[in-house]
Design a protein around this ligand. Structure first.
Ligand code: ZN
Length: 176
């Protein structure tokens, strides 16, 4: 995955050490905004603390409440040649008290193997092309500021540092 972990992400992380912006979609976000009740199309935008939109993705949900039927999302981002469309299955996981709750099945494919992890959050690195789970992207919750301190100690960020990416999103919903 060229570009992931290089360039934009590292620049953004260093430029705004306190504003970490690995973009995220969560089951909670979708539930709170009605994407899981019935079919819905909308835009999820990510903003930094200054309110600037730093990324966005179109989300279309296809919801079948019947347990035996599949529900899924289609997410689209980028433009023209870089446009990416991903289908993300929504797993209906039974609750103890009856009914079910939704989880994402991680849609990422690595070395030809579909991940399928049952997760409540998926991540899209700013320079990344597809959503994947924390495990797929090997994300940690170390803050960018800590990475930055590390940077000062060693005088530069090398690939190993960049690959242990940090996640702490400023996430808001817009455009609905
Ligand atoms: Zn995954």
């Amino acid at each position: 995955m060229g570009g992931f972990g290089s360039g934009d992400w590292a620049d953004a992380c260093l430029r705004k050490a306190s504003v970490e912006i690995c973009n995220e979609i969560s089951i909670k976000l979708l539930r709170d905004n009605g994407f899981l009740d019935s079919n819905k199309t909308g835009t999820v935008e990510w903003k930094n603390v200054a309110g600037d939109v730093v990324g966005s993705v179109e989300v279309e949900s296809f919801i079948s409440v019947a347990v035996a039927k599949t529900s899924f999302l289609v997410v689209r981002h980028g433009v023209l040649a870089t446009r990416v469309e991903q289908k993300i299955e929504l797993i209906k996981w039974p609750c103890n008290y009856g009914g079910f709750r939704y989880y994402f099945a991680c849609p990422a494919v690595a070395d030809g193997v579909y991940c399928g992890n049952r997760v409540t959050k998926l991540f899209l690195p700013p320079a990344g092309k597809v959503f994947g789970c924390r495990e797929c992207y090997d994300l940690t919750y170390q803050s960018c500021q800590e990475s930055h301190k590390y940077d000062k100690v060693f005088g530069h960020i090398d690939n190993a540092d960049i690959e242990s990416l940090s996640v702490n999103q400023a996430l808001r919903l817009g455009g609905l």
